[in-house]
Design a protein around this ligand. Structure first.
Ligand code: RIB
Ligand code: CA
Length: 307
């Protein structure tokens, strides 16, 4: 048995998801046991197709399972304006190998993977939390074998989907509420760090020289509208993987987090109670800041391993 950290990635690729997944797949420290797909940036079918395309491109043999095709209550609203119509515009991946696609729903696949594991599993959630909420509600017994849930989502301040809602949380705030109140160890990597986790033009030019992988990533970057080539491309989802592989890039604090699910004005707003006003015990470790320098060094080193 290897001593790699076993993870399940729940994802909605998504160009920034694709980069984060690539880094995880090629890390010597991580063992990706399952990739679960969730509706988010684009439809469930498309995010699943994109996941299969990535695994085929990299020649990686990881089980994939389709999850929720709708948020728990909210209406699905895509992010094709950021990732393109396909969710991963810019590069022609061709037809994927679909032999890794499991028949079972990803919630059941996650339950089985977690309960079968001899050591606790870390869940890396880089899309809306719909599948994770269903998992914890339907099968609470899995909590005993989950090390922690590291999620990209939320913010200490404002949103990027609505005034106060970050996309992953605001897409399914009720799911986030279930996860935040689950009692499972949580790590939040929100916009506060995601907006500073940038790929600059000089980085993109270097990545372009990384062979077939560099060509693919550079092509995706040209279509990605999470930031811009000139001002920096936001690698939101890589922040969740970065916590596992290079936590020293972060300022971290244990605090109480919650999410607004009632107000139309602030639906999906994450409450990060740094000053303890709510007098609630901490339920999450929050990445409150990031060293852009350490991120850049880690990111470029990690991408180079994906060749
Ligand atoms: O707010 C950024 C998050 O929303 C990222 O996970 C991105 O992929 C989108 O899903
Ligand atoms: Ca995502």
């Amino acid at each position: 048995m290897n001593n790699k950290r076993k993870i399940i990635i729940d994802t909605d690729p998504g160009i920034d998801d694709a980069i984060a997944i690539a880094i995880a797949l090629f890390s010597e420290e991580l063992d990706v046991k399952l990739i679960s797909t969730v509706v988010g940036n684009v439809s469930l079918d498309l995010v699943t197709e994109n996941t299969l395309k990535l695994l085929t491109f990299f020649g990686k043999n990881v089980p994939v399972a389709k999850g929720s095709k709708e948020p728990l209550f909210q209406k699905f609203e895509d992010a094709t304006n950021v990732h393109g119509v396909s969710g991963m515009d810019g590069y022609d991946f061709g037809e994927p190998n679909r032999s890794n696609l499991l028949e079972e729903h990803s919630v059941n696949a996650m339950r089985r993977t977690i309960l079968e594991s001899e050591t606790p599993i870390t869940i890396v959630a880089i899309g809306p939390l719909t599948n994770i909420a269903l998992l914890l509600k339907m099968y609470p017994e899995v909590k005993n074998n989950i090390d922690e849930i590291v999620f990209m989502g939320g913010s200490l301040t404002r949103g990027n989907k609505t005034v106060m809602g970050e996309f992953n949380i605001a897409s399914d705030p009720e799911a986030a509420k279930i996860v935040f109140s689950s009692g499972v160890n949580l790590v939040m990597a929100g916009l506060d760090v995601g907006l500073k986790a940038l790929v600059y033009p000089e980085d993109s030019q270097i990545i372009k020289t990384f062979g077939k992988t560099g060509d693919m990533m550079y092509s995706l970057f040209q279509k990605y509208r999470g930031g811009s080539f000139k001002t920096g491309l936001k690698m939101y989802d890589s922040c969740a993987i970065a916590y596992l592989l290079c936590p020293e890039m972060y300022e971290l604090t244990d605090t109480f987090i919650d999410v607004e699910t009632q107000s139309n004005l602030t639906l999906g707003c994450t409450i990060v109670d740094l000053k303890g006003y709510l007098k609630k015990a901490p339920n999450a470790k929050v990445c409150t800041d990031i060293s852009p320098k350490i991120f850049k060094e880690w990111f470029m080193k990690s991408i180079k391993k994906c060749i």
